[in-house]
Design a protein around this ligand. Structure first.
Ligand code: GLA
Length: 383
């Protein structure tokens, strides 16, 4: 029964897609911008999952499924116009469900860590799951990355878009308040995947939503040769469990200075306490621009293919993670065995553990307010 209704939904969306292709308003170089949908299996509970394919007129293609809001693949051109998939992940839904280090997921209700899984709001202490050593990570045991979202295809002036909705119930994973979340993924004519998150609540709560794609702009090997620029003068050093100490020191003179493009591998093995704690880079940078203002957080260039990724966001922080937990035990798309540092993440967000750090920008959302985070992964090439 559920499967039949899923098929009807898929057909409806495909029809919607045909209409969208005609009205996306994108000047057609090769094919019109479009979106299509296909079945992507079902969860162990039997809930069907759909894989959506967004394509723009340049042939750039993003595949997103409504389980976990996962970006399953992202094909962008290199300097010779050759399209290649630049994100890590799996071919099959069941592999995402079985064992995934958050490949491509939508992360919430609170992205990153909350110390000891506890925070106090309005005098009441809330207890969350401790799923990362002594700490809470990425929303808990069943975060937003492991739930099925309600999909809707949208025609927007910016290109084909997928809207995902989810109601996170009061008390889910220990968080207060019914949180109503909307995420919109848009593939723009200028080869960017734009993500817009909004959320409202009926009780004071904490929110920090982000995207957890693992990139490899070469589509193979390790990421140590990628050149990274991060628009930040300061970062948030951590303790041995990756909880910020609360200080915001300057990056100058440290391996955390990415103000000029520097290879990820250039300093990653330096004898540095912070790098030891992260087993590489797994830190949050304090972005040098006013919070709430949409702008550049980071630029990553891959010299052999010329692919460039720019990360833009309204958020005050950026977690740059160099794939230090990848260890060759997971086999991904096309049989690629993901070895140590074969992918990196750029996660625009609030600083980790903000609910417990009074000096960090607030992550509290109150009834009547709207949480908004706009971010973008924009692709181009360097010749
Ligand atoms: C984030 C964290 C990392 C790690 C990954 C998932 O980037 O900061 O420590 O947990 O997610 O493996």
């Amino acid at each position: 029964m559920q499967n039949t209704s899923n098929w009807i939904k898929v057909l409806t969306l495909t029809l919607g897609a045909a209409a969208l292709a005609g009205c996306a308003g994108v000047s057609s170089k090769t094919t019109p911008a479009q979106i299509s949908a296909q079945p992507f299996g079902a969860t162990p509970e039997g809930t069907p999952v759909t894989l959506f394919t967004l394509r723009n007129a340049n042939g750039v293609e993003a595949r997103i499924c409504n389980y976990g809001g996962i970006v399953v693949s992202l094909k962008v051109p290199d300097r010779n116009g050759q399209l290649g998939d630049v994100v890590l992940g799996y071919d099959r839904l069941e592999d995402y469900i079985k064992d995934s280090p958050y490949f491509g997921c939508l992360i919430g209700r609170y992205g990153n860590r909350i110390a000891r899984g506890k925070f106090t709001l309005n005098g009441r202490t809330y207890t969350l799951a401790t799923n990362n050593g002594p700490n809470h990570l990425h929303g808990g045991i069943k975060g937003f990355d492991k739930v099925v979202w309600e999909p809707k295809v949208l025609a927007t002036p910016d290109g084909p878009a997928l809207e995902l909705r989810y109601l996170s119930k009061d008390g889910e994973e220990g968080y207060p308040g019914n949180l109503s979340v909307v995420a919109v993924y848009t593939l723009t004519p200028d080869n960017a995947l734009k993500l817009e998150y909004t959320a409202t609540t009926d009780k004071d709560t904490v929110v920090n939503l982000t995207q957890h794609s693992y990139f490899n702009l070469a589509g193979k090997g390790d990421i140590l040769g990628h050149l990274v620029m991060i628009n930040a003068d300061r970062y948030t050093p951590v303790d041995s469990t990756l909880i910020p100490t609360g200080e915001l020191p300057l990056v100058e003179g440290t391996p955390f200075d990415f103000r000029k493009p520097t290879a990820i591998g250039a300093r990653i093995n330096q004898d540095n306490q912070q790098l030891k704690f992260g087993n590489g880079y797994d830190h949050n940078w304090v972005i040098s621009k006013p919070m709430g203002q949409f702008g550049l957080q980071a630029r990553v260039t891959e010299p052999t293919t010329g692919r460039v990724l720019e990360v833009l966001s309204t958020e005050p922080g950026l977690q740059f993670y160099s794939g230090n937990f990848l260890d060759g035990t997971l086999t991904g798309k096309g049989g690629w065995v993901y070895q140590f540092r074969n992918g990196f993440c750029m996660e625009p967000q609030h600083y980790p553990d903000s609910p417990n750090q009074p000096n960090f920008p607030s992550v509290v959302l109150k009834p009547g307010q709207v949480y908004k985070h706009a971010m973008m992964y924009r692709f181009s090439v360097q010749r």
